[in-house]
Design a protein around this ligand. Structure first.
Ligand code: BGC
Length: 493
C-alpha cells in the first residue's frame, strides 16, 4: 500500500492520507468520461431541433431550477464540439459516453419527420471520435423526451415504447457504422423516482403511489423493444453491444440487527431490483410484488399498484442486455421504517419500501447526495456481479461534485482515485468482472434542477463568458496520467 500523496510529478493531491492499492489497471480496461445532450449542447431551437421536456420545464417553471437556469446554451457544445473532441483527445480517454437528443433528430419524436441536420451533428462527432481513436458509448435517451411524446403521456404511456423503438432503429441504421456500444435509457430509477414520484426533476410529478411503477414498466418495455431490434436487425452486421444504465447508491444495513438487514435488502429490491431484476433475472423482485400487492389491497385498491408483467412480457424483457451498465455515486445506511401492514393510509412507494436512509457525517461530502464511501462501491460491484448472474460490469458514471468549479480540485482527485482503487480491489480480490470506468463528467454542465451550481467536470466551463471558455482542472491532468500509466500510484505491480 502506498499513500496517494506520493503520487505523480511530486504534486501532493491530498491533504489527508488515504491508501491506494498498487494493482495496475488492466490493459483492455476502458477509462473514459461522460456527458449528456441536454446538459452540454445548447442550440435548443437551432437547425430544426424540436422542443423537449427539459426545454419546456425550464421555460415554464423557471423557479424549479436553481437561479432560474436553463440548458438553452449550456456548454454550447452544439457549436463547440470540435474543441470538446480536442480536449478528449488530449485527455487520452479510451471511450466517451455521450447521448443523442431524440428531438434533435426527430423533432416530434415520431419517425415520419427526420431532421437531417440533427443526424449530421452526431455523424460529425462520431467521425471525429473515430479519427482520434476514441470509442463512442452512446445513450439513446438521457432524459430529454420530445415534448410531443410527453404530451402523449410520456413515461406513463406504453405507446412511447413503440416511438422509442422507431427512434432507436433510426440511430442504429444511421450511426451503427461508428457506434459499437449502445445504451438505451439512462437511469430509469432516477427518472421515475425524481420525475414521477418525488417530483424534483422534469416533469415534476408527485404521484408517489403509482407513478414510479408505471414509469418503470414503460421504461422496461422501451428498452426491451430497442434491444430486440438491435439483436435481430443489426447485431450480425454491426457486432456491437447494448445495455441500459441502472443507477444505485450502495445500501448498507445500519446495524447487524435482522430488521436492518431486511430493510437493506428491501432498499436494494425497490431501488435497484425494480429495474434490474426483470432484465437480468426475469420479473420484478418477489419482495416488491408481494409488498405492493398486499399494501394495495389493505389500502382498498382492487389490484396491485405495481403493473403485473404478463408471462410474455417477462420473457420479452428477460436477458435484454449484453453487459451491466452501472452508475453510482454514494452509499447510504439503511434501517427499517415500517413493516408491511403498518402505516396504511396514503398509497406510497416510500411506505411500500419501508426503509430509512442515513449516513455517517464523517464521510467526505460537498453536496448532500454524494458522500465518498469507496468501500460501499466495492460492495456494490460485488453484489451486482453475484446477484445478477455474473454480468460484465461497465461503470458508466461516477464522480464528485463541488460548488465552485475550482481548478485546484483536490477532493475530486481523492474521490476518483479512491473509487478506482476500490474498483481494482473488486476486480483483483473479489473476482468481479468490471470492464470499464467512466467519470461524470467530462466538463462542468447543466446539472438539472441544480442548474449550474454543482460542478462535476474535469474541465471547467466559464458560463459567464459567451465563449463558454473551457479550462482543464488539476483532475484532468491527473486522470490523463492515470490513463497513460494505468496505475494510481507511482509504480504498480
Ligand atoms: C445523471 C447525470 C447527472 C449526474 C450528476 C446522474 O444521475 O445521469 O445526468 O448530471 O447524475 O448529477
Amino acid at each position: 500500500m502506498v499513500h496517494i500523496d506520493t503520487i505523480l510529478n511530486g504534486v501532493k493531491y491530498l491533504n489527508y492520507c488515504h491508501a491506494l492499492n498498487n494493482h495496475s489497471i488492466p490493459v483492455n480496461f476502458k477509462l473514459g468520461v461522460a456527458t449528456a445532450s441536454y446538459q452540454i449542447e445548447g442550440g435548443w431551437n437551432e437547425d430544426g431541433k424540436g422542443e423537449n421536456l427539459w426545454d419546456w420545464y425550464t421555460h415554464t417553471y423557471p423557479e424549479k431550477i436553481r437561479n432560474n437556469s436553463t440548458g438553452d446554451v449550456a456548454c454550447d457544445s452544439y457549436h463547440k464540439w470540435k474543441e470538446d473532441v480536442e480536449l478528449l483527445k488530449n485527455l487520452g480517454v479510451n471511450h466517451y459516453r455521450m447521448s443523442i437528443s431524440w428531438s434533435r433528430v426527430l423533432p416530434n419524436g415520431t419517425i415520419n419527420n427526420i431532421n437531417q441536420k440533427g443526424l449530421d451533428y452526431y455523424l460529425n462527432i462520431f467521425k471525429a471520435l473515430k479519427e482520434n481513436n476514441i470509442e463512442p458509448v452512446v445513450t439513446l435517451y438521457h432524459w430529454d423526451l420530445p415534448i410531443y411524446m410527453h404530451e402523449l403521456g410520456g413515461w406513463y404511456n406504453p405507446l412511447i415504447s413503440d416511438y422509442f423503438a422507431d427512434y432507436a432503429r433510426l440511430c442504429f441504421q444511421t450511426f451503427g457504422k461508428y457506434v459499437q456500444t449502445w445504451i438505451t435509457l439512462n437511469e430509469p430509477q432516477s427518472t421515475c423516482h425524481g420525475g414521477y414520484a418525488e417530483g424534483g426533476i422534469a416533469p415534476g410529478y408527485k404521484h408517489i403511489g403509482e407513478g414510479l411503477y408505471q414509469c418503470a414498466y414503460v421504461h422496461l418495455l422501451a428498452h426491451a423493444k430497442a434491444f430486440h431490434i438491435y439483436d435481430q436487425e443489426f447485431r450480425k452486421e454491426q457486432k456491437g453491444r447494448i445495455s441500459i444504465v441502472i443507477d444505485f447508491p450502495w445500501a448498507e444495513p445500519a446495524s447487524g440487527n435482522d430488521s436492518d438487514l431486511y430493510a437493506a435488502q428491501m432498499e436494494r429490491d425497490f431501488v435497484l431490483g425494480i429495474y434490474a431484476n426483470p432484465i437480468y433475472l426475469g420479473n420484478w423482485p418477489d419482495s416488491v410484488i408481494s409488498m405492493v400487492e398486499q399494501r394495495s389491497y389493505l389500502e382498498g385498491f382492487s389490484k396491485s399498484r405495481l403493473p403485473v408483467l404478463t408471462q410474455e412480457e417477462i420473457i420479452f424483457i428477460n436477458g435484454t442486455s449484453d453487459f451491466f451498465s452501472l452508475n453510482t455515486y454514494s452509499t447510504n445506511y439503511i434501517s427499517l421504517q415500517n413493516a408491511v401492514n403498518e402505516s396504511i393510509g396514503e398509497p406510497s412507494y416510500y411506505l411500500d419500501k419501508g426503509t430509512l436512509a442515513s449516513f455517517d457525517p464523517a464521510w467526505p461530502s460537498e453536496v448532500s447526495w454524494i458522500r465518498s464511501v469507496p468501500w460501499g462501491f466495492r460492495k456494490l460491484l460485488k453484489y451486482v456481479y453475484e446477484h445478477f448472474n455474473y454480468p460484465e460490469i461497465f461503470v458508466t458514471e461516477n464522480g464528485w461534485a463541488d460548488l465552485n468549479g475550482r481548478l485546484n480540485d483536490t477532493e475530486r482527485i481523492s474521490y476518483i482515485s479512491e473509487y478506482l482503487s476500490a474498483l481494482l480491489e473488486a476486480y483483483y480480490e473479489d473476482g468481479v468482472n468490471v470492464i470499464g470506468y467512466t467519470v461524470w463528467s467530462f466538463i462542468d454542465n447543466f446539472e438539472w434542477a441544480n442548474g449550474y451550481t454543482q460542478k462535476l467536470g474535469l474541465v471547467q466551463v466559464d458560463f459567464e463568458s459567451n465563449n463558454r471558455t473551457r479550462t482543464p482542472k488539476d483532475s484532468y491532468r491527473w486522470y490523463q496520467k492515470v490513463i497513460a500509466n494505468r496505475c494510481l500510484i507511482d509504480k504498480c505491480v
